[in-house]
Write a protein that binds this ligand. Structure first.
Ligand code: URA
Length: 366
């Protein structure tokens, strides 16, 4: 995995705050390899400047940690460090600006953003970037805000749309999904198998593009769905279709499935049902390899948060809907954007606007 976030700082200015922020970002938000911090990441014997330049070249954003001594820091001879073109911090920022990297000044210890006329010409652009303040007393909240901003920015920059696979791979994916469906049909050990056969219901693996970038995961199979063998074909499906239309996506562009792939007994899903179908859902994801997973509703969201052990675990859909989370699956990194279940609009039509607004956020993935 390559560096995505480069952290630039002055040791005599913000070493403690930088270390704390780095550790916090590594704790469930980003992996160690995605962040670059010189003390951590430069092996002994490696040329410091080369290692820094390589990391800047790889990164998508640079965090510039600015404490109260950042701008005025002086060297052993009493000269302001920033006035020396070889000052490492100035070099890092200049390199990032010259290669059009996104810069985020991070203000710590109550520092203020330096004015443009206090900065050497080659890094003056820094003064015009939106700064983010991280306050000691509000560390957790401020870092949570930073994480959200970073995720959105990284998505914009790195573009999480995926290149469509070639025809051969698509055929392989179609066949793998067909095989998985046969396995589901023959799942005699499922806690819902007997109920399914007794009622002449069909299991519902899912439908849509076998190479989709976006996969929607609903809650469980409803009656109409179990009778016809397709997910989201009742009134909730109509809402889903109308939401997709608002962002110019067709049902066949995405893949739609559920956390439970059979109709639960009396429409009451159990933890046992959920656990049974989890490996099937995992397999669907491994075959399709979407970059974006959209749990629809609280049950599907809880499923994803627990399954991928995300720090947001235990959170409520009312708070997390529309937020961009990240997880790593066996085939790579994915984004998770929980949304309200489409049925919310059927119970409360005023929620249509909220759902539409959240759907707009999926546009970056198209
Ligand atoms: N239909 C589905 O397939 N899933 C739901 O969650 C709701 C309706």
């Amino acid at each position: 995995m390559s560096v995505r976030i480069f952290i630039s700082y002055r040791r005599d200015d913000s070493e403690g705050e930088t270390g704390r922020l780095h550790d916090h970002l590594c704790n469930g938000h980003f992996s160690d390899e995605e962040l670059f911090l010189d003390v951590e990441d430069i092996a002994t014997g490696v040329n410091f400047k080369d290692a820094v330049e390589k990391a800047i070249d790889e990164c998508s954003v640079m965090l510039v940690m600015i404490g109260t001594n950042w701008e005025s820091s002086v060297d052993a001879s009493g000269n302001r460090r920033l006035d020396n073109p070889d000052d490492m911090v100035r070099h890092e920022i200049r390199t990032a600006i010259n290669s059009s990297k996104r810069l985020f000044p991070i203000l710590v210890k109550g520092s203020k953003m330096p004015k443009a006329n206090q900065l050497p010409e080659d890094i003056r652009d820094l003064a015009f970037q939106n700064a983010i303040e991280i306050r000691h007393a509000h560390f957790k909240n401020d870092v949570a805000g930073l994480v959200t901003t970073l995720r959105q920015t990284l998505t914009e920059i790195e573009g999480y749309s995926k290149e469509p696979a070639n025809a051969t791979i698509i055929r392989q994916k179609e066949n793998a999904l067909k095989e998985l469906r046969f396995k589901l049909i023959g799942a005699t050990d499922s806690p819902l198998f007997e109920y399914r056969t007794k009622n002449n219901y069909l299991p519902v693996l899912g439908d849509g593009n076998p190479d989709a970038n976006i996969i929607f995961i609903g809650e469980y199979v409803g009656k109409t769905e179990a009778e016809q063998g397709r997910p989201f074909i009742g009134p909730s499906g109509d809402v889903l279709a109308s939401m997709l239309k608002t962002i110019n996506l067709r049902r066949e562009d995405v893949y739609v499935t559920n956390t439970i792939l059979d109709r639960p007994v009396d429409n009451k899903p159990t933890a046992k049902d959920s656990a049974y179908y989890m490996p099937f859902v995992d397999e669907i994801l491994n075959i399709i390899q979407p970059r974006v997973l959209v749990p629809l509703g609280g049950i599907a969201m809880e499923y994803a948060l627990n399954k991928y052990n995300l720090p947001e675990k235990g959170g409520k859909i009312g708070k997390l809907h529309g937020s961009l989370l990240q997880a790593t699956l066996p085939y790579g990194k994915i984004f998770i954007m929980p949304l309200y279940h489409p049925a919310v609009v059927l119970y409360n039509p005023t929620q249509r606007a909220t759902l539409e607004k959240d759907f707009q956020r999926l546009k970056v993935f198209i």
